[in-house]
Design a protein. Structure first.
Length: 283
């Protein structure tokens, strides 16, 4: 009976060993399948990422190409614009040189009148562009000085009318046959006609002045004065500042006068000079 028991008990052990071996094989196969699936998923994911990277690289290359084209165009435009600016600057400097030449003529006229001309820096076309602002600033400053000098220099007519008497020796209207020195110019007029100052300055006298009658005296730059005589009315007072073109009085026949007219006189350093040379820019 003991022998039968051993034969019967050995049989289940063989079956149990085979079952364990089969289960281990299943786990191995399952693990391999899982690994394969993970690898396949990783490969698919990497392939997808690679495609996305290729697309991104293509997009970036397109953007770089576009930017490079834009940079090239902007560089070309900058070169053209700079060339255009240089051309315009050259023209502008040429214009200034032309204006400068004309202003030299004006200065020459002023010098011949005994006025101080204004010196200015000679402009050189080869001046560097970074000096352009300084160049124009200096020229503008010169023009301001010239305009100011002209504004304070007697020029033009105190009233628009014909002359009745000139500067220099003339027949004495109050002593027939006699001669006298006339220190100014007389302008024909009617009582009440406006009289304008011919330059900006300060009124140094406004009142009665012997043979001048009602008279206005204005002091200007360069030791110049203008006198206006025989007025019927005085519109300014002593010490007042006047601007060229202001109406300072009205034509009359006060003082030593034969009838309504304006006596206009210009004095330099206290001495009368011929106003005719100040009536226009030409000599």
């Amino acid at each position: 009976m003991g022998i039968i028991t051993r034969k019967d008990s050995a049989q289940p052990r063989v079956v149990q060993v085979k079952a364990k071996h089969f289960n281990s094989l299943k786990f191995t196969i399952a693990a391999v399948l899982i690994v394969v699936m993970v690898l396949m998923t990783a490969i698919v994911r990497l392939s997808s990422q690679s495609a996305q990277q290729r697309q991104e690289n293509s997009r970036l290359q397109s953007q770089i190409a576009a930017l490079q084209g834009q940079i090239d165009k902007e560089s070309q435009d900058a070169v053209l614009l700079n060339a255009e600016k240089e051309g315009q600057r050259s023209k502008a400097v040429s214009y200034i040189l032309d204006i400068q030449a004309k202003l030299k003529i004006i200065n020459n006229f002023m010098h011949k009148r005994g006025l101080r001309s204004i010196s200015f820096k000679k402009i050189n076309v080869s001046d560097k562009p970074n000096n352009e602002t300084k160049l124009y600033a200096e020229f503008s400053s010169y023009l301001d000085k010239l305009v100011n000098n002209i504004a304070f220099t007697p020029m033009g007519y105190p009233r628009l009318s014909s002359f009745t008497s000139f500067f220099g020796s003339r027949g004495n209207p109050f002593d027939f046959g006699g001669k006298e020195f006339h220190p100014g110019i007389d302008f024909k007029g009617h009582r009440g006609d406006p009289v304008k100052c011919t330059a900006s300055g300060r009124v140094i006298f406004a009142g009665r002045a012997g043979g001048y009658g009602n008279c206005i005296k204005i002091r200007h730059a360069n030791n110049l004065e203008t006198w206006y005589g025989h007025l019927s009315k005085i519109n300014v007072k002593e010490g007042e500042r006047v601007t060229v073109g202001d109406i300072i009085g009205k034509v009359g026949s006060t003082g030593r006068s034969t009838g309504p007219h304006l006596h206009y006189e210009i004095r330099r350093n206290g001495h009368p000079v011929n106003p005719k040379q100040y009536l226009s820019i030409n000599l």
